[in-house]
Ligand binder design. Sequence first.
Ligand code: SF4
Ligand code: SF4
Length: 86
Amino acid sequence: MATEAAAKKQAGKTRGHIEIRVDECKGCGCCVIVCPKQVLELSKELNKMGYHPCTYKGEGCIACGFCFYACPEPGAITVYTKEAGE
Ligand code: SF4
Ligand code: SF4
């Protein structure tokens, strides 16, 4: 019972995180659209190329990788999986 409760609690927690290389981003918004957890948004700031880059809201990523596969810019997004308890 305690294990089931712990598993449910863990399921609601962040299981991944991403890093965005801001100056590689072209601000197309593809990642924002495909993210099932809606944890990405386009920044109000401009990057050095003059685009509004994608930013991560800081929590809620489940490491599904959809943003990585949707992004047309190689190296702009890196997805990491967190181990339980990290
Ligand atoms: S890996 Fe999935 S949940 Fe995480 S930011 Fe990308 S699309 Fe969203
Ligand atoms: S899909 Fe890639 S290029 Fe487009 S906004 Fe997201 S990180 Fe930037």
